[in-house]
Design a binder for this molecule. Structure first.
Ligand SMILES: [Zn+2]
Length: 141
């Protein structure tokens, strides 16, 4: 019997916790600037701090904008054949980040700018070993 595994599209970008999905990033210990993905340094030109700490963000945010991806992205992007259009959202997180992510919905007409969304970890495509490659997405909360 084979079991489908969930394989992260890239290590170190997100995690699933008992309280929901989280994005893994950084926060400056001096000025509280937040970064996703992780940053080894603070990029705030007004900040003299040098220490950044690991931080996690989510699961709730507000949809700032969205767009339907009607054409297949170029390599190295991967997707299941045949290509199915999907929706990309730009989401404002309360920690001060605006994050791009796929929207977990088959119906972009159900989306509204300003609506509450939550972070989820879901399948984006399969791999050659029959596993589910998963990434962060947002769905209406
Ligand atoms: Zn800083």
């Amino acid at each position: 019997m084979t079991t489908t595994k969930r394989v992260p599209v890239t290590e170190g970008l997100f995690e699933e916790t008992a309280g929901g999905a989280r994005l893994l990033g950084s926060r400056c210990a001096t000025c509280n600037s937040t970064y996703f993905p992780k940053s080894p340094v603070c990029h705030n030109p007004k900040c003299n701090g040098s220490a950044v700490e690991d931080a996690s963000f989510g699961p709730l945010g507000k949809l700032w904008s969205y767009s339907v991806q009607h054409y297949a992205p170029p390599p190295p992007a991967k997707f299941d054949e045949p290509y199915e259009p999907y929706t990309l959202g730009l989401v404002d997180l309360p920690e001060g980040l605006r994050v791009l992510g796929r929207m977990s919905t088959d119906n972009p007409n159900s989306l509204e700018v300003g609506m509450n969304v939550e972070l989820v970890i879901e399948r984006i495509h399969g791999d050659d070993d029959g596993n589910d490659v998963v990434s962060w997405m947002f769905r209406p909360a």
